[in-house]
Structures are given as C-alpha cells and as structure tokens.
Design a protein around this ligand. Structure first.
Ligand SMILES: C[S@@+](CC[C@H](N)C(=O)[O-])C[C@H]1O[C@@H](n2cnc3c(N)ncnc32)[C@H](O)[C@@H]1O
Length: 275
C-alpha cells in the first residue's frame, strides 16, 4: 500500500492530528531559532507538500504574468487554505487593492484572520463549513453554495488545487458563481487535472499518479475518498465553461501526467478563464 493510500485511508480529523504531531519538534525549533518570516507552522499546513513560501511566490508571479494582476485589484482566493497565496499578495496589493479568501477548514481561516488581517485590513478570510470528504466529515453541499460576494466585484479569482478535490456538480456551481462575481474582462486562474488523449497516453506509462476510477466525464484517484484527487475530461470542461459564459483565455498543461516540467506553469494544468 502506497503512503498516499495510507494517508487517504485515515479519517480527515486524524490526518490533521498526525501532521501536527509529526512536525511538532521542527515547529518548536523554528519558533525559537527560525527566521521571523510570516508563515504558518509546518504542522498546520494541511494544503500539500513543497516549499510553502516559494510556491506561494511563484503563484503570485503567475497571477501577474497570466492574469495581469495589478496592485489595486480585487482578488478572490477560493479554497484559500492557510494563506499560501495571501501571504505573498500582502507584499503586492496596495491599499486600493483587496483580497477575500474562503475555505472549508477553520484552522486555516483562523490562522489567517489572526496573523494576516490585523496588519492588512483589506485582507479578509471566511470559514464556510461545506462538505469535502478529503478535508472534513460533514458540512453543507458545495453544489448549492452561493458565494457571499456581490456581482461583478473581483478583477481576479484564483483556485489553486481546489477543483482537483471537487466533484462535477460542485465545480459547475462554482464556475457559475465565479462568472457572477467576476468583473467584465476579469480573469480566473484555475488548476485542474485535465484528461485528454495526450494525458491518457502519459498516464498509461506512469503508475504513480493516475485516475483508475473512470466515471465518464471525470475520474477519481481513490473511490473511497472521492475528493482525494479528481480529474476531468477536457471536452466536458470546455462545455461547462461555455455554458457558464466563461471564455478560455489560455491553457497551460502541467507536468503531473508526465509532460516536460521545463515548459509548465505548474504541476497541475492551469486554465485562465475570462468573463
Ligand atoms: C490542496 S488545498 C490548496 C489550498 C490553497 N488553494 C493553496 O494553494 O495553498 C485545497 C483547499 O481547498 C479547500 N476546499 C475543499 N473543498 C472546498 C470547497 N467546496 N470550497 C472551498 N474550498 C474548498 C480545502 O479546505 C483546501 O484548503
């Protein structure tokens, strides 16, 4: 059984505790001797591996390059986690700019409200208790969720590694809401695992990152924990974007399936949508 399978087999609440305990010695050491750069303790970072600061900086840079993000823009970060994008954005957005983030995990939102908002009142975070079987055992249905923001209020919406953990009806609802809250001409930077002919060929040669449970227009990595990782057929996504009146401004395939890393924007596939 792979480490990933073992990890997914644990109940969501237990995964958080295991992480906290494993990293506790390192977190105590860093709190005493580490540099004082704003960053959550490693044991609280439930949003994935890799260098938290470097990846956050890279994502903000991608927003500048691919979405033409400006310092005075209004940004919505859906599935804002524990501030990986918000922290570097505090150094880029100015006082006319603003940031809103929401997430289904309270620990991440609490940490951001405590450590980011007091010094940056234009950065706001909301906890929304929606169900997602990878992250929490109960909650409301994301397929019916109406975002708590006005129509036409954001220049840029970002979702990094969020739709890769959500099911089709939820993604469809969110894309409709994104269209509603984006300003005309606003951009959405969103990552997916996209299934098309090339990706399937790559996957057939790669047995460590694949989606064996085929559900037609999407596929799952783990059938017991559906939100563990979800991939979507490219033709299905294109149809949904068109139904939701979002144009594809650009598409950059990632290297998750086995494509060359050097030409990729991200590990996951990135789509830039435009209202
Ligand atoms: C892999 S993490 C990525 C977090 C963050 N976007 C980042 O890049 O650091 C996925 C995030 O999506 C959140 N999430 C899962 N389901 C969600 C939903 N229905 N709405 C909003 N966020 C959700 C999780 O709680 C988690 O913080």
């Amino acid at each position: 059984m792979s480490l990933r399978k073992i990890y997914y087999s644990l109940p969501a609440s237990l995964r958080f505790i295991v992480r906290r305990i494993v990293f506790l010695p390192q977190d105590i050491w860093s709190s005493v001797f580490g540099n004082k750069e704003l960053m959550p303790p490693k044991g609280l970072i439930f949003t994935g591996s890799g260098n938290f600061i470097e990846l956050g900086n890279k994502l903000v840079n991608s927003l500048k390059v691919h979405c033409k993000l400006q310092p005075n823009h209004a940004v919505l970060d859906i599935g804002s986690g524990i501030g990986r994008v918000a922290i570097p954005l505090t150094k880029y957005l100015n006082k006319e700019g603003k940031y809103d983030g929401f997430d289904v995990i309270k620990t991440g939102i609490d940490w951001c409200q405590k450590h980011i908002s007091p010094n940056h009142p234009n950065f706001q975070f909301r906890y929304i208790p929606l169900k997602n079987d990878l992250y929490r055992e109960s909650g409301n249905d994301a397929a019916d969720f109406v975002f708590p923001y006005e129509n036409d209020s954001f220049d840029c919406v970002i979702l990094t590694s969020v739709f890769t953990h959500m099911l089709p009806e939820e993604v469809e609802n969110y894309l409709g809401e994104i269209q509603r809250v984006l300003k005309k001409g606003g951009k959405c930077f969103v990552t997916f695992f996209i299934l098309n002919k090339d990706a399937k060929e790559f996957i057939s040669k790669n047995n460590h990152f694949n989606f064996p449970f085929n559900k037609g227009h999407y596929a799952l990595m783990d059938e017991k924990v559906k939100g563990a990782n979800v991939a979507f057929e490219e033709s299905y996504l294109e149809e949904v974007f068109s139904n939701k009146k979002l144009k594809i401004h650009a598409k950059h395939f990632g290297y998750w399936a086995g494509r060359e890393k050097i030409n990729s924007v991200d590990f996951q596939d990135v789509i830039i949508l435009e209202k």
